[in-house]
Design a protein around this ligand. Sequence first.
Ligand code: ZN
Length: 494
Amino acid sequence: MSGARHAILALLLALPGLAGPVQAPFPADHRALRKTVSYAEMTAFLKAAAKPGFITVSEEGRSTQGRSLFLVHLNRGGAKARFRVLYYAQQHGDEVAGKDALLTLIRDIAERPTLLPEDVDLYLMPMLNPDGAEAHRRFNGAGEDLNRDHLLLAQPETRALHRVARRVRPHLAVDSHEFGRDGEGYRARGWEAWPVITMDAANHPLIPEYLKTAGLAAVAAAEPLQRKAGHAYRRYLVGGPPPDEEMRPSTPEVDDGRNGLGTLGALSFIIEAGVRHQAADPQADLGERVDGYRILYRHLLGDRPWRDRVRGLAERARREPLPPFIATNVFWANLDGKVTAVKVREAATGRTLEVPTASAMSDLVVKGSVPTPKAYAIDPAAAARFLPVLEAQGLRFETLAAPRRVSLEPVKLLRLEEPYDELYQRYKDRQIVARQPRAEVELPAGTVLVPLDQDLARRAIQVLEPCLLYGLYGYPGFRELAIPGAALPVSRVF
Ligand SMILES: [Zn+2]
């Protein structure tokens, strides 16, 4: 053998991924998948798929019941990999397809490393709620809904995700879920929801408009890809069946992963695949859902110009000064009463029907805003409640060692409302407040000051702004701090 051939052979042996197929707990063709991968199977698979210097598997934390929260890092470009991506799945233990799709992607990349572009630095958290996965339920081991915990970060699973997100600072982030296609309202009409796979972009008002616009364009651009693969696809909407029930994009609140990570300065998405819960075997079409997922995961990686563009937008969003006003009261509406044709599937025949409705709410309306303060001041008596949240969110703060004179705007709570919202029951605990006159005051020692001239200022606003219509005070532990007729424990500093 010549010297040159020796060198080529040595090079080939040194390249990762050429050792042959990886043992995997799923079929070679993912479209044949009919059973989700368990925590134990995933653990064994990830250990087998790890390759030094290429696929790194680490434990980022433990669930409430002590299971590993795995982080998989794939990188073959070293420092050249500047486009950072974080895909995470199975916050809800019984929503499995995103996790299975991520595992098949790891298998494919392990076997064919060139599938991973050299400029992509890819981070995956395929199973964020292993306790829920083992129990086949939505909630984590403590009985909490992780995708409503991104404001408080009280659970170890969400804390681990946010630690990773702040360390990696992804330019692109994707949260992965499933919804029921055959809910009661649909079945009563002899229908099921049409889409098999859906996606939406983050929509919080504090996310710069150009990031939201680029996100929605990517949602629309996926349509021909899914159509070509034969999967029914549309933008993700919540709500009941048309024409009477309200349908709208998901909440703009930040207690979910999509908006929570989006406000760190990322193009941030949620993917939701549709499950037939009433079918004899709801996983009979798991392979189709996984295929729909894989199309979207690959679509969002895009080509090199797209990745460079998204990286530029995300980095611009991180440098963007805070807006002069903060939207505190927003809602979805259909501004001009336009009629939308919503597709549903007729259960008996499988035919697709188009139902016209004026109840599709696609416009986000800002009803109330307040001037952006310089900082927030937390009363010494409430500091113990807030400090764990500030620390879990990675926010910079200062505990005053001596009194300090500031211009302070207290906010008085008038009442907490608990309207029944049959569409989205989490819209309870509306905070109705009144801003009080600004005054020069001396803050006592022990006051916690959270300045807004910090990297994570948008997170600080989302956690602390007392004028938000839906804030912290609906949560246990904080509700006691909200006394009608008294000032809230967080004031606005100018
Ligand atoms: Zn979910």
